[in-house]
Design a protein around this ligand. Structure first.
Ligand code: P6P
Length: 339
């Protein structure tokens, strides 16, 4: 019977968000409208990404198409779709995209109270070989009701109201937290709806996987090198961890969230602040990890406490299972004591 109920009681992301909204009677549904526009953008990108391979075959993606028009690269196309969808929602006032050097300030007639930071197509260098890629986003409320200013998107990650990602892989999976846990939805192409498939995701307290680009090993600092060594040659007789590294953040994070373990993009001599961007990679993924019972650390402090100084700032990041991150925090703390 339970299975039948599931089949007939379709919990779509729209219904889910409206249920959430009903907990705030004073809410006018602005957040639900905003999220629906983000979901719309993801559905479009999912369809475009799935066609990318085919499009390349018939000379569309990234080259001139049969009408001789220059076909936009998918990440540029995705960015335009999200910018337009977010502005047309009438609920945003500042947009920060990985694709745009400057923040977008929405014109007054279309302004709302939310600020959205996003990477429209993270890992897009992996499209041609068919590796999963994704959209990552975070949502802030403008700090006070007056004129939107850049400081409204330079808030610490702990001030985010919501964060999530959409992974374009073998299936299209939308993972979202609005601050009361993490839920995953899978796109049913026949309905064009995201259906709740992973209710209340909790990351295992400890994992058996570490995820890092070992190719950077020669540039790592002491604590990271010691931690990875421990993963490979545990001193306490426990079995070594498996290495899984896809090189597409959404895919690596999704696996970490579901299976447990730790994802590391440390600082190194080449990149003193690491590679990943604070606003639209580090903060949303750290927000999700904490909401799922894990944690996120920069090598110095809790990732969500970081206050960014510019919209494309980078930070080292260690996130995943609570106990695994504790171990690397201890190694950095010991290093701190020596200095
Ligand atoms: P590296 C993809 O280009 C990306 O921004 C993230 O999606 C991914 O986690 C990271 O870079 C991979 O970086 O240096 O290991 O290739």
């Amino acid at each position: 019977h339970a299975a039948d109920v599931h089949k007939t009681d379709l919990m779509t992301i729209t219904r889910f968000v409206l249920n959430e909204q009903s907990k705030y009677p004073e809410s006018r549904g602005d957040f639900s409208i905003l999220l629906n526009h983000i979901v719309l953008g993801c559905k479009f990108v999912c369809s475009a990404v799935n066609k990318a391979g085919l499009a390349k075959l018939i000379g569309l993606a990234g080259e001139t198409n049969i009408q001789g028009e220059e076909q936009k690269k998918l990440d540029v196309l995705s960015n335009e779709v999200f910018i337009k969808a977010l502005i047309s929602s009438g609920r945003t006032c500042i947009l920060v995209s990985e694709e745009d050097e400057e923040a977008t300030f929405v014109e007054p007639s279309k302004r709302g109270k939310y600020c959205v930071v996003f990477d429209p197509l993270d890992g897009s260098s992996n499209i041609d070989c068919g590796v999963s890629i994704g959209t990552i986003f975070g949502i802030y409320m403008i700090k006070d009701g007056s004129e939107p200013v850049l400081e409204d998107v330079l808030q610490p990650g702990k001030n985010m109201l919501a964060a999530g990602y959409c992974m374009y892989g073998s299936s299209c999976t939308f993972v979202l937290s609005t601050g009361t846990g993490v839920n995953g939805f899978t796109l049913d192409p026949s309905l064009g709806e995201f259906i709740l498939t992973h209710p209340d995701i909790k990351i295992p307290k400890k994992g058996k996987i570490y995820s890092v680009n070992e190719g950077n090993a020669k540039n790592w600092d002491g604590p990271t090198a010691k931690y990875v060594e421990k993963c490979k040659f545990p001193k306490d007789g426990s079995s070594s961890k498996s290495l899984r590294y896809i090189g597409s953040m959404v895919a690596d994070i999704h696996r970490t969230l579901l299976y447990g373990g730790i994802f590391l993009y440390p600082a190194d001599k080449k990149s003193p602040n690491g590679k990943l961007r604070v606003l639209y990679e580090v903060f949303p993924m750290s927000f999700l990890m904490e909401q799922a019972g894990g944690q996120a650390f920069t090598g110095k402090h809790r990732a969500l406490d970081l206050v960014p100084n510019n919209i494309h700032e980078r930070s080292p990041i260690f996130l995943g299972s609570y106990d695994d991150v504790e171990e690397i925090k201890a190694l950095y703390a010991a290093e701190e004591k020596k200095e």
